[in-house]
Ligand binder design. Structure first.
Ligand code: G3I
Length: 368
């Protein structure tokens, strides 16, 4: 039942019956997602770009809704070290300072990835050079933000079963130079640079009931089992949660069983990059918003019910800025802007906002 109809129905029963999320849905002054999440011992946050903080309205929405931020690209290798002799920390420093002033937490994303690498990085002549380059980068970045970044996506998107390896690993510059051991090396280097930081492995395509995503879940689980068996300091799995409103079937039982298997390794789980592409839907905004909210609600109801899940982060707060509009795979063919995030371009709450709020409202209280 959509929040509007449900809210109307509950309204007939009297205000007392209306859950907190329903009272807040339509107004800007109700409790934000960060408050609704915290009421159950969960955390809610979002990815942000440093230039977005200069917009007072957006900054106010961020303060109301988010308790933790992830720089969308400002901590990536291509941004912080565009050339061997060039280091650019201005933007991540500004984001870290803003978070400290606002009392918000900060997540680091990402130390080792096959994308966002400047051209000079993968030209390492041999394994020793690759190892030195990777571990020095991690030591520098994690050390610089020790005590200010509470968790890092240490390795991002290292699996790709389509590459045909028996371990399901992606053939990347790091894997080619160092073998699978690059993952262990990265986590040990991050732990050495900030022993207090929570260290995550972050992955996409783990959500739906398709053969491809089942293979990705199996490969991810196998990777995590190996890390745990070798005593690698990995504390959690980041499930990116880039969902699609239509075209793939969500199987709650299968997804919940995957969460169980990750939790059985003693790992925490964070939904790290939630958004819902509507590129396959007709143009009507209300229909898109309803479909986006429906799948996100089903997904988060399962995720937030699982005790190993500590929080949810969206990959952007408002439809004003989403990577999906510039993605060759997901930008809409009709040229319309996507509507994948909790707030619309005018910073108004959408049905997706209510679906996230409802998942928090229905989640078991972790604080007890
Ligand atoms: O802001 C600069 C602009 O000043 C400059 O003129 C322009 C041209 O160089 O670049 C702009 O920066 C771009 C940035 O997005 C902000 O729009 C970078 O080039 C571009 O590479 C960057 O893309 C990011 C992408 O990762 C690669 O880093 C996207 O914002 C970001 O949403 C996307 O996020 C990834 C996660 O890290 C991992 N999971 C998938 C997710 C979506 O692809």
């Amino acid at each position: 039942m959509s929040p509007t109809r449900r809210q109307f129905a509950l309204g007939l029963l009297g205000a007392a019956a209306v859950p907190r999320w329903a009272r807040a849905t339509a107004t800007l002054d109700g409790p934000g997602l960060r408050t609704l999440a915290a009421a159950k011992g969960l955390v809610f946050g979002t990815a942000v770009q440093r230039n977005q903080l200069e917009d007072a309205g957006f900054a106010a929405a961020l303060r109301r809704e988010a308790a933790i931020l992830t720089p969308e690209f400002e901590l990536k290798w291509s941004t912080v070290r565009p050339a061997p002799s060039e280091e650019r920390f201005g933007a991540p420093d500004a984001l870290a300072d803003w978070c400290r002033r606002e009392g918000m937490a900060l997540r680091g994303h990402t130390l080792v990835w096959h994308e966002a690498l400047p051209a000079w990085v993968p030209r390492f002549p041999d394994a020793a050079a690759a190892r030195i380059l990777m571990t020095a980068h991690i030591a520098k970045l994690v050390g610089r933000y020790a005590g200010r970044i509470q968790a890092w996506d240490v390795v991002n998107e290292a699996i790709e079963p389509k590459h045909g390896r028996s371990d399901g690993l992606r053939v990347s510059p790091w894997q080619s130079a160092l073998g699978a051991a690059f993952i262990d090396l990265a986590f040990h280097a991050a732990a050495a640079a900030d022993p207090a930081a929570q260290l995550y492995y972050n992955e996409y395509g783990l959500d739906f009931d398709t053969p491809e995503e089942e293979a990705r879940r199996r490969a991810t689980l196998s990777l995590l089992e190996g890390l745990r068996a070798r005593g690698v300091p990995c504390h959690g799995l980041g499930i990116q949660g880039h969902l699609t409103a239509v075209g793939k079937k969500f199987n709650a039982t299968r997804f919940s069983a995957f969460l169980d298997a990750v939790a059985a390794l003693g790992l925490k789980i964070m939904i790290t990059e939630l958004d819902v592409t509507d590129h396959a839907l007709p143009a009507d905004p209300a229909a898109r918003d309803a479909a986006v909210a429906a799948i996100a609600g089903d997904y988060l109801t399962v995720a937030c019910a699982h005790p190993a899940v500590i929080g949810v982060m969206t990959w952007g707060l408002s439809d004003r800025q989403t990577w999906l509009n510039s993605s060759p795979d997901y930008r809409r063919r009709d040229g319309l802007a996507q509507r994948p995030l909790p707030l619309d371009a005018a910073l108004q709450r959408k049905p997706l906002w209510a679906a996230i709020a409802r998942a928090f409202d229905q989640a078991p209280d972790r604080r007890v």
